[in-house]
Design a protein around this ligand. Structure first.
Ligand SMILES: Cc1cc2nc3c(=O)[nH]c(=O)nc-3n(C[C@H](O)[C@H](O)[C@H](O)COP(=O)(O)OP(=O)(O)OC[C@H]3O[C@@H](n4cnc5c(N)ncnc54)[C@H](O)[C@@H]3O)c2cc1C
Length: 466
């Protein structure tokens, strides 16, 4: 007899979702979290999605105040109090983490154990809380230990002048200028945030375009133009050899071109290390792949049938929505039910202004895969609500199979893109065709109409002829 039916190791979105659904299905569950402070909720609640979006709420408000006059609103000189902004962000994080543990997990009967977990064998987890070691057992184990910022040796990250997204979260005063390494989600969100508050931002990206995961030049070119227009310097297609702190305290970055960039701070927004080293995977017989990734089957089973893995440590994008869904698939599998995750329908969102969101394939991805597609594209100027709000920057694209019109991808750069992408997520999860979105009545005037119209455009039926 085991102590539990299920032990989840790691209380991020993967482990938490799995633990709660297992409990809802009547299983005896423990969740083990290594961080005693800011642990429950994992990277997402404590160091990722939530704190950055809390900061973004202040950022967007500050940006709106700057443009208020254009909408007929006079405001005095606005000032940002970064200490207060941070206090509010911390309150949001603490509320959500506390709520998750005390209002969602404990009432379900889940034992929340604050200790580092290590597998001793396929059913036994050693717990180390820094004071003592003990072990507990379960029929099934869920490994969801997530990832941390990678400490790239050549970048000499010291946590003060050369920082990762973790340290930047606790910034209480702003530097005059900053180098941001990487034009992915972390780099662009922080670049936008800091630029809005008056920091001179230089983003350096090794790949030829910004948002390197997005193979859609019409969108990435528009994003690049927008960043440049907002005052951010962006260098693409340039690698950085080394970053270090000079004797005078300034940060020097040496580019592959031989140039140097000198700034007060640098943010390394690239690279995540998986927390799969030293958690006893070998003792339990769990195999790992490249960079410590854990290979799984469609039900997220590792090579050891009673051990599952979820989240950043598995294949696919490192996103909270993916981790959470995998956690649910694991729980339903353990409960004997069928559930699935579609890796071709994982939405991803970047919360700049305008926002950037994407799902599935771009037209060029489809071409590379030999799929014949029909596409539609519309600028946000085609949408009345965007025009009324004076938020017409950006464009939307949809990609559908030519043979049966099934939607297989969408990319959006524009107002509320991260919400709008959900329409395509519903469509793709349910194998809907262009006609389903094109012929669904959408409330007027709303931004959502642009989703309907772009699908009509792909079918050759849009009102707009721009
Ligand atoms: C700055 C930033 C912004 C982000 N913004 C977004 C966003 O807007 N949208 C989005 O979808 N994703 C976003 N992400 C990514 C998202 O946070 C991760 O993909 C998600 O948190 C991964 O969930 P997880 O469950 O795999 O692991 P994590 O959330 O990393 O949680 C793993 C947990 O396991 C614990 N742990 C590690 N080792 C052990 C051990 N041996 N024993 C016990 N516990 C252990 C860790 O302390 C941690 O709490 C962002 C990430 C960052 C860094």
């Amino acid at each position: 007899m085991y102590d539990y039916d299920v032990i989840c190791i790691g209380a991020g979105p993967g482990g938490s979702a799995s633990a709660m659904r297992c409990a809802d299905r009547g299983k005896r569950v423990a969740i083990v979290e290594a961080r005693t402070k800011n642990g429950v909720g994992g990277t997402c609640v404590n160091r990722g999605c939530i704190p950055t979006k809390a900061l973004m709420a202040s950022t967007n408000l500050f940006a709106s105040l700057k443009t208020a006059k254009a909408l007929g609103i006079g405001v005095g000189e606005s000032a940002a109090d970064f200490k207060a902004i941070n206090r509010r962000k911390n309150a949001v994080v603490n509320n959500l983490s506390f709520g998750l543990e005390n209002f969602l997990m404990k009432p379900r009967g889940i034992d929340v154990i604050k200790a580092r977990g290590r597998l001793l064998d396929a059913h036994t987890v050693e717990l180390d809380d820094g004071r003592e070691k003990r072990s507990i057992t379960a029929e099934n184990l869920v490994i969801a230990v997530g990832s941390e910022p990678a400490y790239i040796p050549a970048f000499h990250i010291d946590g003060k002048k050369i920082v990762t997204s973790n340290e930047l979260l606790d910034l209480t005063s702003l530097p005059k200028d900053i180098l941001v390494v990487g034009a992915g989600a972390i780099g662009l969100e922080y670049g936008y945030l800091l630029n809005t508050f008056g920091v001179k931002v230089t983003v350096v990206e090794m790949m030829p375009n910004v948002v390197p995961v997005l193979h859609e030049p019409e969108i990435t070119d528009a994003v690049l133009k927008s960043l440049t227009r907002s005052g951010i310097t962006v260098r693409t297609g340039v690698g950085i050899r080394e970053i270090s702190v000079r004797e005078d305290g300034m940060v020097r970055a040496s580019l592959a071109t031989g140039e140097e960039i000198v700034t007060e701070m640098a943010l390394v927004g690239i690279g995540r290390t998986l927390n799969t080293a030293d958690i006893g995977l070998e003792a339990a017989g769990v195999q790992t792949g490249r960079r410590g990734m854990i290979p799984t089957d469609a039900q997220l089973r590792t090579n050891v049938p009673n051990i599952f893995a979820a989240g950043d440590i598995t294949e696919g994008p490192q996103l909270a929505d993916k981790a959470q869904r995998q956690g649910l698939v694991i729980a339903e599998t353990i409960a004997g039910n069928e559930f699935h995750i579609r890796y071709d329908a994982i939405p991803s969102a970047i919360f700049t202004e305008p926002e950037i969101a994407m799902i599935g394939m771009t037209a060029s991805d489809a071409e590379a895969a030999g799929i014949r597609v029909m596409t539609g594209m519309l600028p946000f100027t085609a949408n009345e609500k965007a025009t009324a709000m004076q938020r017409t920057e950006g464009l939307i694209k949809v990609v559908a199979r030519e043979d049966d019109h099934r939607i297989i991808g969408a990319q959006i750069f524009g107002a509320e893109a991260c919400d709008l992408i959900s329409e395509f997520a519903v469509a793709m999860e349910n194998d809907l065709k262009l006609e389903a979105l094109a012929f669904t009545m959408h409330p007027h005037p709303t931004l959502t109409e642009i989703v309907m119209e772009v699908c009509k455009r792909a079918l050759g039926l849009a009102f707009d002829r721009s």
